[in-house]
Design a protein around this ligand. Structure first.
Ligand code: ZN
Ligand code: ZN
Length: 251
């Protein structure tokens, strides 16, 4: 059976599907009285004060968005898509026309069906299946050494030897582990590959003793890591999604 885990709820599903998730840099409200004209062919909005704004796509009849990064992610159901979007939904003030989400540090994702985008069919390096892709790039880096250390939340890990560190401790859990990695520094040894899912990326890290870095639009557009310890870390954190990548904390 071909099943994958939902990137939002973590559930294993045989009816999973891909959606493209956009992390907009900027939103333009096209019904604003401040707008002079909208050039849909060249995707430029001109305001009455003469300012011009480019956009990447219309995301609804009266909303345009500018973005650079649009990544495929796996959901199990419309309910998961909806709760993901609702989690980050914001109310736009009526008197604004252009909202610079990136500049204001606001993550307000947009989810679109893959058929709406002119995508590529990439082949997963691990399972060899094709999947829809556009901008997603995975970097894999060889692990030189790795270890797990028992720790208290106030202990400091040895960052000089292990520049990549994850922890399964948080405010409500003062004792746990540090997961420490020394990685290959020479960037000419780093490789690039495509993976259909976090579970395939995880399997690849196990078989090749590497960590994988990529940008993730479910995790707020942040850089994140998959490593041979990913499932252990999520177990320690109590995350229902055992393949959830760790947000970047490289020192
Ligand atoms: Zn789900
Ligand atoms: Zn795969």
């Amino acid at each position: 059976m071909n099943s994958k885990h939902c990137e939002w709820c973590g559930g294993l599903s045989s009816s999973y599907y891909y959606r493209f998730v956009i992390n907009p840099l900027q939103i333009i409200l096209l019904d604003s009285p401040m707008i002079h004209s909208i050039d849909k062919e060249n995707q430029v909005v001109t305001l009455k004060n003469g300012e011009k704004y480019d956009y990447s796509a219309l995301i609804s009849p009266d909303t345009a968005a500018g973005y650079n990064e649009i990544f495929p992610h796996i959901f199990c159901s419309e309910k998961c898509e909806d709760t993901f979007v609702e989690r980050y939904s914001i109310i736009y003030r009526k008197d604004v026309t252009v909202i610079s989400l990136k500049d204001e540090g606001i993550f307000n994702p947009v989810v679109v069906p893959v058929e709406h985008i002119n995508y590529n069919n990439d082949t997963c390096k691990q399972c060899k299946n094709n999947f829809p892709n556009l901008n997603k790039r995975y970097i894999h880096i060889k692990i030189v050494s790795k270890t797990i250390q028992k720790a208290n939340i106030n202990d400091k890990p040895d960052l000089s030897k292990y520049p990549v560190v994850f922890s399964d401790m948080y405010h409500g859990k003062q004792h746990g582990n540090y997961y420490l990695f020394e990685i290959e520094h020479n960037k000419s040894t780093w490789g690039e590959a495509q993976f259909c899912s976090n579970e395939c990326a995880f399997q690849y890290t196990i078989e090749n003793d590497c960590i994988i870095m990529y940008k993730n639009n479910i995790l707020e557009g942040s850089f994140c890591h998959v490593s041979p310890y990913t499932t252990k870390i999520n177990e320690g954190l109590g995350n229902p999604y055992k393949y959830r990548p760790q947000k970047m904390s490289r020192h």
